[in-house]
Every structure is written in C-alpha cells, then in structure tokens.
Design a protein around this ligand. Structure first.
Ligand SMILES: Nc1nc2c(ncn2[C@@H]2O[C@H](COP(=O)(O)OP(=O)(O)OP(=O)(O)O)[C@@H](O)[C@H]2O)c(=O)[nH]1
Ligand SMILES: [Mg+2]
Ligand SMILES: [Mg+2]
Length: 297
C-alpha cells in the first residue's frame, strides 16, 4: 500500500535510484561498487603437483590434559577421541589419502593431484580444523563418559607442501620419530615417578643427558619393562588409511513382466582403517603402494 503510494507519488525511478546508487556504479553493472574489496584477498593456491599436508595441534593441551584428568603418560580415551575426530575429517572431506596422529596432533595428507577447493590453503586448513574440533566436542562423551568437557578446546592448523614422495615420507617419518622420542622419555619418566617413587624433579634429573639406550636400560633392568612390548599405539602413533572392501546388500528388484524378487548387489566401498605400525622403513610403503602417486605427474 505504502509502496504503491510512493510509486505513484514520485515514480519508480526517482524513488529507487538513489537507494540503488549505493550498490551500483551504473544501472548496467551487475556488481556493487563495494566489489573492489575482493581484490584485497591474497591468492593462497597451493602449488600444483605437491602433496598438501595440514597439521593440527591442540592449543595448550598441557593445561587441557591436566584439567580433564588425562592419565600419564598416555590416555587412551584422549588418543581414541583424537583418532575418531580424524576419521570424521577423512570421511567428510575429499582427497585425504593418509593421516597420522600422536599426542595432541594430527597430520592429514591430501593427494598431490587434489583440486579440492581449488587447492586454496586457507579453505583446506580451516575445513580440516573446524571439522576436527567440532568432532572432538561431538564425540567427547563417547570416550570420556562421566568426565565433563570443561571448556571448548581448539586446534591450530598449518599447511605445508611437499613436492616429492621422499619429502612426504620424510615428513611422516619426522612425526613418527617425534612420537617415539617423546613416548620413550615419558614412559621412563612416569615409570620412575609412579613405580620408582621419585619426585618429578628427581626423575627429570635422572634422565638428564641420557640416550635412548640408557632409557631402555632403566626400564628393563629396574622395572622389568621391555619398551618394545609397550603398546604400539603409544610407540608408533596412529595411521589412518582408506581400505577397500566389498559390501553385498539384498535389493528388491522388479524386471519388466516379472515378479519382484530379491537380488544380491555387491558394491566396492571404502572405510577408514587404523594402523599402529612403523612408517619410517620400506615395508609399510611396499605393502601400501596406492598411497603415493608417481613423482613425475
Ligand atoms: N597426560 C597426558 N597428557 C597428554 C596426552 N597427550 C597430550 N598430552 C599433553 O599435551 C601436550 C601436547 O604438547 P604440545 O602440543 O607441545 O603443547 P601444548 O601444551 O598443547 O601447547 P601448544 O601446542 O603450543 O598450544 C603434552 O605436553 C601433554 O602435556 C596424554 O595422552 N596424556
Ligand atoms: Mg599442542
Ligand atoms: Mg603437540
């Protein structure tokens, strides 16, 4: 009614044009005059042919783990929840070929030929980080049961490009070696405290300057622990891979001029598989030749 009155009073052009002038430079242009601000955006397209690695790491998890009563040195609920969240990332986002996690971190490797989100680093990283963080909260209760989540956790993310298979393998080896070094230290440290009755300061002192062999020896000779028999999950971290499998379902089908009948239909599906094994040596890569693509792509 009011619009009708205004329309007839001043005519459509005189009424609307000053208003639209805020948005259009000329009546023929489809873009607003504000559109130029887009040119301030920087191009963050990841270089072609490179593997794109997104690594997430929990923010201030030293405090988070204390406040949520994580068991020391390893909390299987926390590790399980990290892996569940990483699985959700793999299932929801495209083109991740392998993921590797330990402690409060997870690395996701996108295939080198991926064109997901036009290879824009910020899109890839933020999707991984937000899918992971929301899954961590979503699945918290499944792993921590009675332990309430006291505040929202967050994860930082970074993108690193690796141009060759060797570089990518070395990256993953670096993370797994880090897992080994930290876990060996933490295992001896907490064994000295929990079983040996040392204070944390005394345990720290005892381990100052020790090499891996010394730490293995302390565990073996003083606590009858063979480090190699400790949980592979803790020693090696978690590898997530796609595994193909056949799935047969019974479908009711109707052929023309025939009775409806039940027919088995087999489909090739893929699901995420968890492994806790060495990825530094050759064996893993020989057993999983589909992960890496040719270097000369
Ligand atoms: N008790 C226990 N603590 C864990 C476990 N996993 C991770 N953490 C804690 O999480 C920390 C992760 O280390 P960092 O990522 O280097 O440090 P951060 O405190 O998260 O700090 P920023 O990453 O720099 O924000 C470890 O030092 C532990 O304190 C676990 O299974 N049990
Ligand atoms: Mg952290
Ligand atoms: Mg960390």
């Amino acid at each position: 009614m009011l619009i009708g009155k205004l329309w007839s009073f001043s005519g459509p052009r005189s009424y609307f044009v000053p208003f639209f002038r805020h948005f259009y430079n000329s009546p023929n242009m489809a873009k607003s005059k504000f559109e130029y601000v887009r040119s301030f955006e920087t191009d963050d397209t990841c270089l072609r042919n490179c593997y794109i690695v997104v690594r997430l790491d929990g923010r201030n998890f030293h405090k988070f783990s204390e406040q949520h009563g994580f068991t020391k040195p390893n909390d299987n609920r926390a590790l399980g929840l990290m892996t569940r969240s990483a699985q959700s990332v793999m299932e929801e986002l495209e083109d991740i070929i392998i993921a590797y996690g330990q402690s409060d971190e997870f690395s996701f490797v996108f295939k080198r030929t991926s064109n997901w989100f036009k290879r824009r680093a910020s899109k890839l990283m933020t999707h991984v980080a937000s899918q992971f963080s929301s899954s961590y909260v979503f699945y918290w209760k499944e792993y921590f049961e009675e332990q309430p989540l006291l505040y929202p956790p967050s994860f930082d993310g970074r993108v690193v490009l690796y141009p060759t298979n060797r570089n990518l393998r070395d990256y993953l080896s670096w993370r797994q070696a880090d897992c080994h070094i930290n876990n060996l230290y933490n295992t001896v440290f907490w064994t000295l405290v929990q079983k040996g009755g040392l204070t944390t300061a005394q345990a720290e002192d005892r381990l100052k300057g020790t090499l891996a062999a010394d730490k293995n020896e302390i565990l073996f000779s003083e606590f009858d622990i063979n480090y190699n028999n400790e949980s592979a999950l803790h020693r090696k971290g978690t590898i997530l891979l796609w595994k193909k499998h056949e799935e047969t379902v019974i479908r009711r089908m109707k052929q023309p001029n025939a009775e409806e009948k039940e027919v088995p239909v087999t489909r090739s599906k893929r699901r995420v598989e968890n492994l806790y094994c060495d990825i530094i040596g050759e064996q893993f890569w020989e057993e999983h030749p589909d992960i890496l693509e040719e270097d000369n792509c």
